[in-house]
Design a protein around this ligand. Structure first.
Ligand code: NAI
Length: 347
């Protein structure tokens, strides 16, 4: 069965890793017709008047599925985040970021290994972007917490755990300090989790103590449920346990049946254009896209292709075929070709 999906190459290393991911999916036999659209600086460079053109949002709404490279956001000035805007415009309220120890990637956490999924609320918290200059030298940033969004992401995390056979959901919060905001989030999570009693274990941890526990004993954690900013920070922290941003994929799901698959990493301006970025995180995001297509369209072939790609990148890395960030020597496209060669080997 053939499928249509939107491809947003993005900025910086985005086009390099997107081309590599497209190559691997095609070599593995995924029949995907890509509709290329742009966002971020790449859109402006092509003559768009905004960083998130309506035609890009409309294309995702139409085709329901997208693979997205990272988009640059200026620090401390300039336009607001394209990524945040896209998640809000398409109501992509839940991010899912699996963080797993990988074959062939040895870290100090490899034994007994890490297998954590971060579920991040994508639409509010401090990312609401409500900042006020009160007077010179005094700024307030408002953290928005609503009961509706908190209950929605809590149910999403509990359902995710239930349907994927995960054993436990841990909500991370700072309700001891932000008694109203994080307090509301925590209360909603507890109340929603009660409906899953006996099916999925639920616990809460204050985030600072939780961070310490995660790096001490990552095997104690399963699904982490976080509001927006904590989810962002925990994603990079957990990526560090398994080899870094080059190996951490992600997906954004929403209420309008749209799904956007993107790596956790950003546009990495420090290595952009050099052909050295690790495309694995976006390849893995492509695998998540295939599994989503299998579920949403009933095309079981997509699951088989996803398995083939996973076996192939594992085999490549066990054989030492890795990019620089993982201690190897391969460039972006050379790694994609190594994965493709192992597709044949792993059948
Ligand atoms: P970053 O994730 O782009 O880079 C952090 C470090 O990780 C850099 O040293 C980079 O070279 C390395 N790195 C990242 N991805 C890599 C890969 N695939 N292979 C090898 N090394 C990799 O984070 P940074 O520097 O904080 O942000 C750069 C830009 O990306 C900013 O404009 C930021 O707003 C944007 N960004 C966009 C995201 C998105 O589109 N979803 C997510 C995070 C950041």
């Amino acid at each position: 069965m053939s499928h249509t999906a939107v491809l947003i190459p993005g900025d910086g290393i985005g086009p390099e890793v997107a081309a590599a991911a497209q190559f691997v999916l095609a070599e593995a036999g995924a029949e995907i017709e890509w509709v290329e659209r742009h966002a971020g600086l790449a859109a402006v460079e092509r003559g768009a008047t905004e960083t998130l053109p309506t035609e890009t949002v409309d294309a995702i709404a139409e085709h329901r599925v997208a693979l997205k490279g990272p988009c640059t956001t200026p620090i401390g000035e300039g336009f607001s985040s394209v990524n945040v805007a896209l998640r809000k415009r398409l109501n992509l309220f839940g991010a899912v970021r699996p963080v797993r120890s990988l074959a062939g990637v040895s870290t100090r956490f490899s034994d007994p290994g890490v297998d954590i999924v971060i579920v991040r609320e994508n639409t509010e918290g401090l990312y609401a972007g409500i900042e006020n200059l009160i007077t010179d030298g005094v700024v307030t940033s408002l953290k928005v917490v609503t009961e509706g969004a908190s209950r929605r992401i809590a149910r999403f995390a509990m359902d995710y755990a239930l349907t994927r056979g995960r054993r436990k959901v841990t909500v991370l919060h700072k309700a001891n300090i932000m008694k109203l905001g994080d307090g509301l989030f925590l209360r909603c999570c507890r109340e929603e989790a009660a409906a899953y009693e006996g099916k999925v274990e639920f616990e809460s941890r204050i985030i600072d103590a939780g961070c310490m526990a995660i790096v001490q004993k990552p095997e104690d954690f399963d699904v982490l449920l976080c509001e927006n900013l904590y989810g962002d920070v925990m994603s990079d922290l957990c990526a560090g346990l398994v080899g870094g941003l080059g190996v951490t994929p992600g997906a954004n799901f929403g209420g309008d049946h749209c799904a956007v698959f993107e790596a956790v990493h950003g546009s990495a301006p420090d290595i952009a254009g050099q052909g050295v970025a690790n495309p694995l995180a976006l390849i893995m995001s492509g695998v998540m896209l295939l599994r989503h297509l299998a579920t949403s369209t009933g095309d079981a072939q997509c699951n088989l292709i996803a398995d083939r790609i996973r076996n192939a990148y594992n085999a490549a890395m066990i054989a030492g075929e890795k990019t620089r960030d993982l201690g190897g020597e391969l460039g972006t496209q050379a790694f994609a070709e190594a994965v493709a060669r192992n597709l044949t080997v792993s059948g």
